[in-house]
Design a protein around this ligand. Sequence first.
Ligand SMILES: Cc1ncc(COP(=O)(O)O)c(C=O)c1O
Length: 407
Amino acid sequence: MSRAFDVVAIRKEFPILSRQVNGKPLVYLDNAASAQKPDAVIDAIANQCRTSYANVHRGIHTLSNETTEAYEAGREAARDFLNAQSVANIIFTKGATEGINLVASSLAGTIHAGEEIVLSVMEHHSNIVPWHFLRERHGAVLRWVGLNDDGSLDMDAMRAAIGPKTRMVAISHMSNVLGTVNDVAEVGRLAHAAGARVLVDGCQAAVHLSVDVQALGCDWYVFSGHKLYGPTGIGILCGTDEALAEARPYQGGGEMIETVSMDRITYNEAPHKFEAGTPPILEAIGLGAAIRWFQQFEPSDVHAHEQKLYERARESLRGINGLTVHGEAPGKGSVLAFSLQGTHPHDLAQILDRYGVAIRAGHHCAQPLMTHLGVSATARASFGIYNTEAEVDIFIDALEKARGMLV
Ligand SMILES: Cc1ncc(COP(=O)(O)O)c(C=O)c1O
């Protein structure tokens, strides 16, 4: 049975939310960059350190076995969260960025000059730069798919871009700027029909949508723990058996091998084959705790709560003269990027900080998207599970004050 959604009770589990910033209660609206941590996560890491900590997989002693059990429970939590077939499909990485780099670098040995990687204009740099490496170093060609005016993906352009030369389609499930939710299942069907693989960047979607990698049919799915109320330094790369079998190991070292001699090596099975060295043990345990905490709630309750906050903010922004919201695609998630005529986003963010309101300003690691929008930067408010309608009102009030000062 799911836990009833009660934002007041939820907030009490996040110690940081009771602090003040510049003499005002913290209003944290930078969740798309990184989310705050509940007691369940803080305690899981601290308790592991206090009561049972050792390196994993290698020991026969009790502490090593206990730590391995807690660490592998994190993997099972991630498997369950994504509905992956097996824990063998779940690779722990440092974050989404490392997961995408792993996949891109594993293509380095087999991609040929002129073969194509299809990307959308709304991608985060971490889903662009690793593919640029393949362009620079191996002659791969990047094919860009544009957007419709409302910020939705141009699916006709996607259909036209995917062809016999396509090796990979790399696409975000939900944009960290526009909030657009992409039909990645359809993109996957198009990629597979052309004999290509599809990688889905789920950094934002994992937090705001229910994800079922088997239903989506993607070859690779990545996300970062720190946006999902978990620790930094941990992410998940989920690959199908076929994709994992095709991929070469990314880094070499302990754990990823079966045998090592002076003239040859043999590899361990997935997922260990892709996890060289001592892994992020405490981070994986913390991510497991974050997922189990998050799974207490009905995804539709979390979604409805966040959408209510988004709609309230969006409605209030309509009343502000000179304000443009970037991204109005139907079904978009609770990310609100905006520009206010006559102001720089950094100035807005700085003034809002004086009122305790944390928003982000900048290019959001999405410079091709900024070029598409014709701006160099935007302001962005992004909502999470613990935000409230009262906080939305404080944000809007602070924004109006900032406008009064700057325009
Ligand atoms: C859509 C998207 N992809 C990738 C990333 C990169 O995540 P990380 O820096 O945790 O690896 C982010 C982070 O902002 C993101 O929002």
